[in-house]
Design a protein around this ligand. Structure first.
Ligand SMILES: NC(=O)c1ccc[n+]([C@@H]2O[C@H](COP(=O)([O-])OP(=O)(O)OC[C@H]3O[C@@H](n4cnc5c(N)ncnc54)[C@H](OP(=O)(O)O)[C@@H]3O)[C@@H](O)[C@H]2O)c1
Length: 260
């Protein structure tokens, strides 16, 4: 088991990619701190983690609220005594609009959840990792950080900001044995965000969800679509000793869409 005896804090762990990461990490022997706003989703994943023989702590947490974040991290440390890996997965996909029509509200909330929220969680967790001189942090960025897509400027900016945060934090914490890396998923099917992106693309371009998914499949080298479990596998790699000399990097997990 690759994470035997370890503790992972996963934000946005109640569904989608976060849930898949929680279950994958639990199968590798980690106890899981599940953080998110919807308690019933977290409790449901906690039951699944327990069924795999690991401990789970389901904590209501809004990553945009620093007090909530600090309380979550403290409760996790009180229960388990350490956090070996942090997966910054909580995310929000903006309502799409051309830049000239993008509202302040949509701009602000998208940056607050994806970028400021991740900064706040890292700020709360890093001191405990530094004290133990070890840790792995993974940011859920996106190919939207690297390639050009219209109408989602705040999302692209927030996810690109995460790549800067990844490099800066890697530079600040490397001497403490902490590794910081980012994942850049492409189209990941089967999550609420996937449904929302389909809706937004249809709203802006008239492309149906079916046509968008077929287009996504045809535009990647491997000719298949990425699933939450594929992202979980990559998060496991970046959190485990298998990647012990990798830090400050971003890894595309997109079937070969983004060659930049
Ligand atoms: N699906 C894709 O195609 C895709 C592609 C590239 C990157 N990503 C990234 O991968 C991550 C997971 O995506 P997903 O597809 O699994 O999305 P999802 O199904 O929409 O899940 C998002 C998660 O974030 C949590 N969350 C949202 N706002 C939060 C807040 N303020 N505080 C705490 N938790 C919050 C949600 O839980 P609550 O609402 O209960 O808080 C939920 O668990 C995101 O960062 C996303 O940007 C996804």
């Amino acid at each position: 088991m690759r994470l035997q005896g370890e503790v992972a804090l996963i934000t946005g762990a109640g569904r989608g990619i976060g849930r898949a990461i929680a279950l994958r990490f639990a199968k590798e022997g980690a106890d899981i701190i599940l953080a998110g706003r919807t308690q019933k989703d977290l409790e449901s994943v906690a039951k699944e983690v327990s069924a795999l023989g690991r401990q789970a702590l389901a904590l209501g947490c809004d990553v945009t609220d620093d007090r909530s974040v600090r309380s979550t991290v403290q409760q996790g440390l009180d229960r388990f005594g350490k956090i070996d890996s942090l997966i910054n997965n909580a995310g929000y996909y903006c309502d799409n609009a051309p830049l000239q029509d993008m509202s302040d509200t949509e701009w602000d909330i998208t940056l607050r959840v994806n970028l400021t929220g991740t900064f706040q969680v890292c700020r709360a967790v890093v001191p405990a990792m530094m004290a133990r001189r070890c840790g792995a942090i993974v940011m859920l960025s996106s190919i939207a950080a690297k390639a050009a897509f219209p109408f989602n400027a705040p999302y692209a900016v927030a996810k690109a900001g995460l790549l800067g945060l990844t490099r800066t934090l890697a530079a600040e914490t490397g001497a403490y044995g902490i590794r910081v890396n980012a994942l850049c998923p492409g189209v990941v099917v089967g999550t609420e965000m996937h449904t929302k992106v389909n809706h937004e693309v249809q709203k802006m371009t008239g492309t149906s969800p079916e046509d968008r998914v077929a287009g996504a499949r045809n535009s990647v080298l491997l000719q298949n679509l990425t699933k939450p479990e594929d992202i979980a596998e990559a998060a496991l790699f970046l959190s485990s000793p298998a990647s012990q000399t990798i830090t400050g990097q971003s890894l595309n997990v997109d079937g070969g869409y983004c060659y930049c």
